[in-house]
Design a protein around this ligand. Sequence first.
Ligand SMILES: O=C(O)CCC(=O)C(=O)O
Length: 268
Amino acid sequence: MVSKQDIQTFADDGVMVIRNLVSPDWLTRIAEAIERDIAEPAPFVHGYAAENGRGRFHGNLRVWEHDDVFREFCLNSPLPALAAQIMACDRVNLLYDQLFVKEPGTPNPTRWHNDQPYWPIRGHQVVSFWFSPDPVTAESGALEFIRGSHKWGKMFQPERFGDTKGHDDYERNPNYVDMPDVDAARGDYDIVTWDLEPGDAYVFHALTVHGAGGNLRDDVRRRGYTVRYVGDDIRYDTRPGTNIHLRSTTYADGDRLTAPLYPPVWPQ
Ligand SMILES: O=C(O)CCC(=O)C(=O)O
């Protein structure tokens, strides 16, 4: 599904797009599962009303633990094999999955950040696949990435997203740095973005800096769904500053990630 050139692009740029990654059948099933989570959210929901009072954001994480369709997709879709190929590793485990649904008329942006500072892991082999059952454009909240930023070696201090209910503030980690005001100096950065058709996916590294605009459309939803996988070199990390909903008391610093929280997905 990916060429040697794609794998090199991922290594060099920290981001790429794979077209038609998710089949129409999977998209239909995932769209239904998203509606189930909106109607009856899994425990880590963090939603908020849009700042203009019209739209709405629905975020949630670890939804695969509560819905068979998300579970089946994370464990048995073509993604695990692809993750192994992209990360060039023999074994792959699921890290977790996440929903980012911006309903029509939700102007709240997703601020610039990189993901690894939020996660209780260290190591290099981590990849996220983000896709949507909706067409995604700049106007509806396409993701933007700073090409090559995964090589900066920087862990940016996590902050809460939007006016999120149920998400505590993050502890300060002295080894993290603050995110610069990227939007004030966009010309200084190599910012890349792509429109997506339903089933196309952004594939990006955990250290790649990214963000997104709001969904300014009145007629199009932007139901983002991300699945994240780790490879052989990843270990559990108890450093401060990570998301408490992703931590587990059953892992010690330096442990390998294992089932049941991080199930092995490759080889299948
Ligand atoms: O969908 C969004 O707005 C943000 C997605 C994101 O930050 C991620 O998947 O890591």
